[in-house]
Design a protein around this ligand. Structure first.
Ligand code: NAD
Ligand code: ZN
Length: 346
């Protein structure tokens, strides 16, 4: 269940009072420790007391070493199966905290209190937990639902602009794949700031939640959430390899441009719609220089995507503004054309 918190966090307090947890652990990273924990602690009423678990900030921390440290601390602090973990942070904290909770003693309860736009609209919802392995993202993980997700949009007040813009890409995606009016409302926003974005968070969160509820194990409609992510992930990986890491949403924005054009080349949407989508995405995101990336390197990454089967690349492509189909296999020349199209946008 997803709840938007009041300023006094009354719903969180009700939840903590109703359940009899043996101990509460709050997982934070260094930034959410500084910016979000004081707000949480200023409002949280518990007679139980709590322990803070802190990790360094950043995707590089989402690994088995950090996971192991957290398992060990829980063991040393004698966390039993009635303990609760509160994940207070962005997607790194909610993914890894969910993974730690769902595996420690075969599973203890956890709640997510997301603090980035990306985690409010996307990462904290849907029951996927996990960590990275070597340089592969989310290779090890579980499907596990938090007891509750509590959203407090005011946490975004301290979030850096680039992080806000990264999360906004997922919101645009939600509109494009599922709700034309959401897309149209979002593109009315001229300046990306929290006042403009907050009123729309609810809609995005509900789209993600509804899609997941219909297809928890990603057998069909959940795949539509991958729009922009097939080419987006390849660009994200190549930039990382070159030592120029991108934020996830920046790569997804470029991926959505390529895949909107690809949707047109595959005759799924009109040229007019694809131009409208692309011009609007370009208003928010700078051009990424992918001129040096070889098509072959991009293709081999596309083939490696864990969503594929039978050595075929499965795309989720738009069939309209506000609807999306999945498991679509494209002509290779069209994939190439969509990459060339992006390069020529410069
Ligand atoms: P993140 O957790 O790394 O947070 C981004 C940065 O913002 C970090 O430096 C963090 O410390 C800082 N931060 C967080 N909240 C803040 C606040 N309120 N004020 C100031 N700084 C704050 O990254 P993210 O973008 O939230 O999430 C990315 C992760 O989410 C990736 O690991 C990705 O794989 C995962 N993800 C998971 C799912 C899923 O379904 N499980 C979906 C999408 C993404
Ligand atoms: Zn994403």
């Amino acid at each position: 269940m997803i709840t938007i918190l009041n300023d006094n966090f009354s719903q969180l307090n009700d939840f903590l009072h109703q359940k009899s947890f043996s101990k509460i652990f709050i997982l934070v990273d260094e930034n959410t420790h500084e910016y979000c924990l004081p707000i949480l602690l200023g409002n949280m009423e518990t007679d139980l007391g709590f322990e803070i678990l802190e990790i360094e900030a950043g995707e590089e921390m989402k690994n088995i070493q950090t996971t192991n440290q957290l398992w060990e601390i829980l063991t040393e602090m004698q966390a039993d199966r009635k303990a609760l973990i509160i994940n207070l942070g962005g997607g790194v904290v909610t993914d890894m905290g969910g993974f730690v909770a769902s595996t420690y003693k075969r599973g203890i309860q956890f709640i997510n209190i997301p603090t980035t736009l990306l985690s409010m609209c996307d990462a904290s919802i849907g029951g996927k937990t996990g960590i990275d392995l070597m340089h592969y993202k989310n290779m090890v993980g579980t499907f596990a639902f938090p007891e509750q997700i509590f959203i407090y949009p005011k946490f975004l007040e301290t979030l850096p602009y680039k992080e806000l813009r990264s999360g906004f890409a997922e919101m645009l995606k939600h509109g494009l794949i599922a709700d034309k009016s959401h897309w149209e409302n979002l593109i009315q926003i001229h300046k990306l700031d929290i006042e403009a974005i907050i009123p729309h968070i609810n809609v995005s969160m509900n789209i993600k939640n509804k899609v997941v509820e219909q297809d928890f194990h990603e057998k069909n409609i959940r795949k539509t959430l991958n729009f922009g992510h097939t080419i987006g992930h390849a660009i994200e990986s190549l930039c990382l390899e070159q030592g120029n890491p991108l934020l996830h949403g920046e790569a997804v924005a470029a991926g959505m441009i390529c895949e909107a054009h690809l949707s047109y080349l595959e005759k799924l949407i009109s040229e007019e719609d694809s131009t409208n989508i692309i011009e609007n995405i370009q208003r928010y995101y700078p051009y990424l220089d992918i001129a040096d990336f070889k098509d072959d390197d991009i293709f081999s990454l596309l083939l490696n995507d864990k969503k594929n089967t039978d050595n075929k690349v499965n795309f989720s492509l738009l069939s309209n503004i506000g609807s999306c189909l999945f498991d679509h296999q494209c002509h290779q020349k069209n994939i190439q054309k969509s990459l060339t199209f992006y390069r020529n946008l410069n």
